[in-house]
Design a protein around this ligand. Structure first.
Ligand SMILES: [Zn+2]
Length: 376
């Protein structure tokens, strides 16, 4: 007997009808207090050897319908390996067809990175005695907002992720980043920690992650539009991070995201901040170049259009931080689909590839350590 559920950490689906395995009808639930939706994550029980046809009927009304074009959902029976499965989009409905090899199978928009796994990462980081683990404050649901601090060098570098909880590749990216920094034999990590202090927020939105949201926190706030005036009532996650940034200073901030539509890794910068100068933009250009030299998974050709000076959005982390500290602040976008310039069709963009990219991001940070400055 087929059964579908999503009542678990980072789960999200609504069941319209699940009487017949070849005509399962589903809908993606909206974020709790906002209209965004695209993230789905659910399990099907009793499905071993059964050809499943799962129709997500409201896909065409999702927040980023272009995300469904040339897209394939992921499925797993061990929750370790997530393979791509047959997926078709007709402009309205997203239909997934898959015959699982085990009784219970999990489906998701991208390999999930649960809040429980975040807790494991925090525990691992502090157990090694390399990172300092600290609770910055509470979310609206009363969850813990966590900071990891690595090293003691003079450059204050920040890496944050998962303001948008449905961008789960950012969880894997941060796991790769943290594990690389925890490796006592890694020369890049050792040198970085000698020359910089790395302030790392692996999960900016624990409530959204646990609730299975796409884009907002428990109160419906899109955290990456809250940086100009964060408040304890609406966006405590950003409020606490901004307070700490004011205390540490910021010489560089990298904010990890996922883009639903574009099949590339790319960086969006701060060309739009008021009175931006060539000197201010120089570390952005160099970082993109260094990173593209280190890994063919990153490229500089495709990305968002660059806003004119003064036309940028100062409510985002990147806009706010670049404008406030006059330093480099960057939004790294990873794909949900794959990298069209360097594809791996069986898995698409994946947890492992996200983790590798994080390591290359650290290498590029070290290569140009002297370039990271505030007050540019
Ligand atoms: Zn995002």
């Amino acid at each position: 007997m087929i059964h579908i559920s999503s009542q678990f950490d980072s789960g999200n689906i609504e069941i319209v009808a699940a009487d017949s395995a070849d005509a399962i009808r589903l809908r993606i639930a909206k974020d709790g207090a906002a209209d965004f939706f695209q993230w789905f994550h659910f399990r099907v029980s009793g499905a071993k050897g059964v050809p499943l046809t799962l129709a997500i009927e409201n896909a065409g009304a999702a927040s980023y319908p272009k995300g469904w074009e040339d897209y394939r959902a992921v499925a797993s029976t061990d929750r370790q390996h997530w393979g791509r499965v047959e997926t078709e989009y007709d402009g309205t409905t997203l239909t997934i067809r898959h015959t699982p090899g085990a009784d219970v199978v999990w489906f998701a928009y991208f390999a999930p990175y649960s809040l429980e796994r975040h807790e494991d990462l925090m525990a691992r980081a502090q157990a090694r005695g390399v990172a300092r683990a600290e609770r910055l404050g509470a979310t609206l649901d009363g969850r813990d907002l966590d900071l990891l601090t690595f090293g003691s060098g003079p450059k204050p570098l920040w890496v944050i992720a998962r303001q948008h909880p449905g961008e789960s590749m950012c969880g894997w990216f941060m796991e790769g980043l943290v594990d690389r920094l925890l490796d006592p034999y890694d020369p890049v990590s050792r040198a970085l920690m000698a020359q910089a202090t790395l302030h790392v927020v692996p999960n900016m939105n624990p409530d959204g992650v646990f609730r299975g949201h796409l884009r907002t926190n428990a109160g419906g706030a899109n955290l990456n539009r809250e940086w100009r005036e964060p408040s304890l009532e609406r966006s405590p996650e950003v409020f606490h991070v901004v307070q700490r940034m004011q205390a540490t200073g910021v010489a560089m901030c990298l904010d990890a995201h996922g883009d639903e539509a574009l099949p590339y890794n790319f960086i969006a910068g701060y060309e739009g901040v008021p009175d931006v100068t060539e000197a201010h933009l120089a570390p952005l250009a160099r970082y993109k170049t260094e990173l593209s030299r280190l890994t063919p998974d990153f490229q500089v050709e495709h990305g968002y259009p660059k806003p004119a000076p003064g036309q940028g959005n100062l409510t985002t982390s990147t806009g706010h931080i670049a404008n406030t500290f006059r330093c480099a602040a960057m939004t790294l976008e990873m794909p949900f689909k794959d990298t069209a310039n360097n594809p791996m069709p069986e898995v698409g963009w994946s947890p492992q590839r996200s983790a590798k990219l994080a390591g290359h991001c650290l290498e590029a940070m070290l290569v140009m350590i002297d370039d990271w400055e505030a007050g540019l």
